[in-house]
Design a protein around this ligand. Structure first.
Ligand SMILES: NC(=O)c1ccc[n+]([C@@H]2O[C@H](COP(=O)([O-])OP(=O)(O)OC[C@H]3O[C@@H](n4cnc5c(N)ncnc54)[C@H](OP(=O)(O)O)[C@@H]3O)[C@@H](O)[C@H]2O)c1
Length: 294
């Protein structure tokens, strides 16, 4: 069924996601802060552009956001020209930003005040997942609003799961990032050890990747790590933002995240090496470079 949809934030992730919505037959209006990107999107996919988030949301049944962090999200929702100025009653606001659980709960309350609904829906799968329409989406919100949103999100998702009330999607994404960080540091240390031991790294990975040590990161990142290539993938700057969110939440709920805290510090060092835009597997480069310093 064709829906009236607004999409706010045409970044690396949002641009192809909004494209999937238009290709699926929905009537999409996009807003991007840098208007040239919105015009490029319209030339590529059709649909309409709006001058402000409020204008884009004015007659939408579903409004999607995918911006950087909590502050950006507050700007496009609660700001003077934000979505909450015009969001129609009964519309569903779906947020794909990786943000805090706190801002999700805040937006759920603001939407409820207008008789509208909110679903926090952070994603994993990266740029490739967004482009191929194969994202994994972790959601928080009321079941009815979720069911309605799921039908629309289906065009760019491989798996969509309702985890619980507002904020639960973001909490689940935090679990994801905590696990990814630990796996990447373990992989970097294992490869560094293999290098010091004089082993053939390709051979080591081939020997162990199908066993208990195997992981998505090992299968998909070892070759670029060995080649020293990091100009791709999920940026260290984004991971730092995500781990800061995890650490703040852990302080609130009393979890001991000592390894995650340490890895966040390692990522700070990668940023200081000029690697803010490098893929998160650059933890290996940090170890290699510190080796040459000693
Ligand atoms: N990239 C990934 O692999 C990946 C994977 C999973 C999750 N995520 C998460 O998805 C979100 C988006 O990531 P991305 O890679 O698409 O980021 P991006 O390429 O940097 O795009 C960010 C988008 O947000 C807009 N924006 C930022 N601040 C804004 C503000 N204050 N007001 C209005 N618009 C604003 C930007 O507009 P302009 O174009 O005007 O700057 C741009 O459209 C982040 O929360 C990220 O952590 C990313």
């Amino acid at each position: 069924m064709s829906r009236k949809v607004a999409f706010i934030g045409l970044g690396v992730m949002g641009y192809p996601m909004a494209g999937h919505l238009q290709n699926a037959g929905h009537q999409v209006t996009v807003y991007n802060r840098n208007a040239a990107k919105a015009q490029r999107w319209q030339q590529q996919y059709g649909g309409s552009t709006a001058a402000t988030p409020a204008a884009a949301a004015a007659d939408a049944e579903f409004v999607f956001t995918c911006v950087g962090n909590d502050d950006d999200l507050r700007a496009v929702t609660l700001g003077n020209e934000g979505i909450l100025q015009t969001l129609p009653a009964d519309a569903v606001l779906v947020d794909h930003t990786t943000a805090s659980a706190e801002v999700a709960r805040e937006l759920a309350a603001a939407c409820a005040q207008r008789g509208a609904h909110f679903v926090d829906a952070p994603v994993s799968g990266g740029q490739q997942g967004a482009e191929n329409g194969q994202l994994t989406i972790m959601c928080g919100g009321e079941p009815d609003a979720f069911d309605r949103a799921r039908e629309v999100m289906d065009c760019y998702a491989r798996a969509i799961t309702l985890m619980g009330p507002a904020g639960s999607g973001q909490l689940t994404k935090m679990v994801n990032q905590i696990c990814v960080a630990g796996v990447l540091q373990g992989l970097a240390e294992g490869m560094s050890f293999a290098e010091h031991a004089g082993l053939d790294l390709h051979k080591v990975i081939a020997a162990i990747s199908q066993g208990a040590a195997g992981s998505w990161q090992m299968s998909n990142r070892h070759a670029t790590m060995i080649a020293g290539e990091y100009e791709h993938g999920f940026a260290v700057d984004w991971m730092r933002k995500d781990l800061d969110i995890c650490l703040r939440e852990a302080q609130r709920n009393g979890t001991d995240l000592s390894i995650t805290r340490q890895i966040n510090q390692f990522y700070r060092e990668v940023q200081a090496m000029g690697g803010g835009r490098w893929d998160t597997s650059s933890l290996y480069k940090r170890l290699q470079d510190s080796k040459t310093l000693h």
